[in-house]
Design a protein around this ligand. Structure first.
Ligand code: DAK
Length: 260
């Protein structure tokens, strides 16, 4: 595949995948989701010697500032649910990838960006990294597994708070909550992520693959929550408030929600 939005470099057997839409703060548009699907579903599985993957965002400002709001403002309920379903599948590909995938979070990881980081096995945060699920500001809920994975990492109490207030938290709070594995100085994110993968590469590869599979299984008791999220996301897409929320963001003003 000819990647337009992913830059892929190899270093010491590790793929460094950079989401490169810096002007839109690396927001995940359909093309980027498709490229992630191709990399984790087709390219990377064919690379037998690959030790692991580092996922990061271009520039100093953002890891990924969410799904691309310009693309999903006119979705119907059915289209929204279908897109959420397809997006969830890509994030499951990442979560189930049999070699370590480490997010090197260099800036904003919001909405779909926070969800992407959470789908990775480990998260290294630069000290300026910021995390949040601000979908309710748009009249939406997370659609890429965020309602499920955030609970896994920070527990129900804090997940409810973050999902309902849309608060954005810094790297140190994310570390205290268990959302990230480590916080490093600005600029050291990728190097630290590579170091983690190299350490894991000294262990037995099949055992590592089984760890990933087994730990993931603990968190998928029927996956009812993920299915519910797809349906609920679709229902939100069909509301007047969602159209208002997306329009308000694009017009750079506060939304005026009516509850319908
Ligand atoms: N989408 C598209 N463009 C974005 C963007 C996004 N998520 N985030 C930022 N940009 C663009 C801005 O519009 C701006 O473009 P220009 O005006 O320069 O053309 C440029 O990036 C720089 O952003 P700002 O000017 O806003 O920069 P600031 O430093 O002032 O603010 C910020 C940075 C990260 C706080 C701010 O940009 C911001 O609040 N961004 C939006 C955060 C957010 O709400 N993210 C989306 C959450 S909702 C789906 C499944 C899941 C989802 C959606 C669909 N389906 C299944 C369909 C998930 C949804 C989300 O992620």
């Amino acid at each position: 595949m000819d990647y337009q939005n992913l830059q892929i470099q190899h270093q010491d057997g590790i793929a460094i995948v950079t989401i490169s839409r810096e002007k839109a703060l690396n927001a995940l548009n359909a093309q980027t989701i498709q490229e992630l699907r191709h990399f984790f579903g087709t390219d990377a599985p064919q690379q037998a010697e690959l030790l692991g993957v580092v996922l990061t965002g271009a520039g100093e400002k953002a890891f990924v500032a969410g799904a691309d709001i310009t693309e999903f403002k006119d979705l119907s309920a059915a289209e929204g649910a279908a897109l959420a379903q397809r997006g969830q599948e890509v994030f499951f590909l990442i979560e189930r990838f049999p070699k370590p995938v480490v997010a090197a979070v260099n800036g904003f990881a919001l909405g779909g960006g926070c969800e992407l980081a959470m789908a990775c096995h480990l998260r290294v945060a630069g000290e300026k990294a910021r995390f949040g699920q601000p979908e309710v500001n748009l009249g939406l809920i997370p659609g890429y597994g965020g309602t499920q994975r955030l609970i896994q990492y920070v527990g129900k109490t804090k997940a409810m708070e973050l999902l309902m207030t849309a608060d954005i938290i810094g790297a140190n709070e994310a570390h205290q909550l268990g959302l990230v594995n480590t916080v490093v100085p600005l600029g050291a994110e990728i190097e630290t992520a590579i170091g983690l993968i190299k350490k894991i590469a000294t262990k037995a590869p099949l055992a590592i693959a089984k760890i990933i599979e087994t730990v993931n299984t603990y968190f998928e008791p029927g996956s009812a929550g993920f299915v519910k999220e797809v349906d609920a996301f679709g229902e939100c897409c069909n509301t007047v408030d969602f159209r208002e929320g997306a329009a308000a963001f694009l017009e750079k003003r506060a939304p005026n929600f009516k509850g319908n």
